[in-house]
Design a protein around this ligand. Sequence first.
Ligand SMILES: Nc1nc2c(ncn2[C@@H]2O[C@H](COP(=O)(O)OP(=O)(O)O)[C@@H](O)[C@H]2O)c(=O)[nH]1
Ligand SMILES: [Mg+2]
Length: 318
Amino acid sequence: MASAGETQAAELEGRFREGDIRALARALTLVESGHPLGQELLKRLRGQGRAKVVGVTGSPGAGKSTLTDRLIVEARQRGEKVGVLAVDPSSPFTGGAILGDRIRMMRHHQDPGVYIRSLASRGALGGLAGATVAALALLEAFGFDRIFVETVGVGQSEVDIARVADTTLLVLTPAAGDAVQAFKAGVMEIADLFAVNKFDLPGGDRIIQELKSALDLSPPRPGGWRPPIFPTVAATGEGVEALFEGLEAHHQHLLGHGLLEAHRLERARFEVESVIQEWGRKKTHKAGDLVARVARGELSPEEAARRLLRPEAQEGPA
Ligand SMILES: Nc1nc2c(ncn2[C@@H]2O[C@H](COP(=O)(O)OP(=O)(O)O)[C@@H](O)[C@H]2O)c(=O)[nH]1
Ligand SMILES: [Mg+2]
């Protein structure tokens, strides 16, 4: 006898495979909320389909959503089915920025070849949540050809997105400080392409020069890829076609150098790490006594961690 959960999962899986967009929406909700049914569905659907996954990151207000909206148009003109995950961990409560993302991409609402989903989840270390990557797996299984993942470039999330996406696009603007922002904390290393958006504003040429100089000094990329820089005005669409061709060129580079598989492995590694982190966080939260003993100096953090992860092995290395 199949359990009620299995029956429900099978029913949802059936509709999902038929291309029912409501089944996709429901599956995403289940996965994001950590519902066991979501896990069951993921198990059944994961690994199907193959999308070009593009991470779009950059400071709040750089124009990521507006640019993504334009890139969707380019993808649609080429007959691609497009999924978008708009992740905004910076506003988990108000949802204000997410609402903005929605509005900027609203015109695709009537297009059945485009699906846009906002997620507010935050990972254990403030980065991308494991649930976001699970959502990505669902979109891929649904059969989208290209998936854009918009993440606000704060803290850990931009480093995470580079591990999860095949291609990472960093969106900068001529605004003072944006280049400085890009050059610190290893952000230069994670971008496969740069867009200098709001090129209608003064200072665009200067930032391109600064980027070029910085790139000349940065270490070579796998397969000898040199990250190109694209001036764009997302507000009008200027430069977006060239940027899209750049995304495509990077994908071809990954294909040609056998690098796509490495990206997939890295994404899976990220997911497993996310699960371990989440377990660790939950366990530690419940282990007040053990934590207090660490605070009193009676136990080292390593010993405490070992006991948490292997309660049966009280002493000695795991
Ligand atoms: N002047 C100018 N404004 C832009 C351009 N692209 C986006 N914007 C505006 O910048 C603001 C933030 O854009 P948004 O796409 O929401 O940025 P995000 O936070 O990075 O997603 C909005 O008011 C956009 O209309 C551009 O190329 N030039
Ligand atoms: Mg946005």
